[in-house]
Ligand binder design. Structure first.
Ligand code: NAD
Length: 248
């Protein structure tokens, strides 16, 4: 049975991804530092191992990989989905706020991938990193978040370049806006309206619309796809000015 590790699996995009893997017959290691929410999310699921760890802490990352291998013996896919959003102007982004975002979104993705590499070599497995449209295009308030996600996009390409010879594929998914707890904490009504205006499909995405791209990239159907950055964003990245006027 194939095994995926999904970080940030207690809710949102990570939980939707977990359920899609289970529906495809995979086992899933659900990693999330919110132990209470993880317990609720994993309670009625079978073929899962729930680990309440922080992916920005090297010792907890090591424990995640060791406990995964002890329980399931292999890792076929690693989905680096755990992340935090903190929107603010440059002047108000003090070093602690900056570091908190980098520590999870970037350092955590690096650490988890590095720790899983030997197991992924053995399985010729896949890494999928979750960045954001905020890593593809700059906007106000996203100096830390957007920069961390742009770094995740490049980290993915570094991983694809170096790990390809071992049969490991590394790809990146850039979600557009999805109504999760993370997004709703930072999306004001003005931001919501601006996204609707700027997105050709004229709506937010769903957790499942992101998860299906993630699970595809982990599957054998994507066996010759590596080093790619795929936006699941309703067309946001492709467009410039003019949509609201056209809709008029
Ligand atoms: P969410 O807040 O609903 O879920 C994120 C999960 O990650 C939470 O359960 C949280 O507890 C967990 N987490 C955070 N830091 C962690 C850590 N250090 N260790 C372990 N677990 C940790 O958010 P979501 O919207 O589902 O976001 C998932 C990913 O998608 C994030 O990387 C986010 O940046 C990205 N993303 C989301 C949107 C959106 O609009 N929702 C858009 C673009 C990108």
């Amino acid at each position: 049975m194939k095994t995926a590790i999904v970080t940030g699996a207690a809710r949102g995009i990570g939980l939707a991804t977990t359920k899609q893997f289970l529906a495809k017959g995979w086992r899933v290691v659900m990693v999330d530092w919110d132990a209470d929410e993880l317990g609720i999310a994993s309670k009625d699921l079978s073929d899962v191992l729930a680990l309440p760890y922080d992916i920005s802490q090297p010792d907890q990352v090591e424990k995640t990989i060791a406990e995964t291998l002890a329980a399931f013996g292999q890792i076929d896919a690693l989905v680096n989905n755990a992340g935090i959003a903190d929107f603010g102007p440059i002047a108000e982004t003090d070093f602690a706020r900056w570091r908190a975002v980098m520590a999870i979104n970037l350092d955590g993705t690096f650490l988890m991938s590095q720790a899983a590499t030997d197991a992924l070599k053995a399985s010729k497995g896949a890494i999928v990193n979750i960045a954001s449209i905020s890593g593809l295009r700059a906007s106000t308030l996203r100096v830390a978040y957007g920069t961390s996600k742009a770094a995740v996009i490049h980290l993915t390409k570094q991983q694809a370049a170096e790990l390809g010879e071992y049969g490991i594929r590394a790809n990146c998914v850039c979600p557009g806006p999805v109504r999760t707890k993370l997004a709703m904490a930072v999306h004001t009504q003005e931001i919501i309206d601006a996204y609707h205006d700027a997105i050709p499909l004229n709506r937010y995405g769903s957790e499942d619309e992101i998860a299906s791209v993630i699970t595809f990239l982990c599957s054998d159907e994507a066996s010759y796809v590596t080093g790619q950055v795929i936006a699941s964003d309703g067309g946001f990245e492709s467009t410039g000015v003019g949509l609201p006027a056209l809709r008029g």
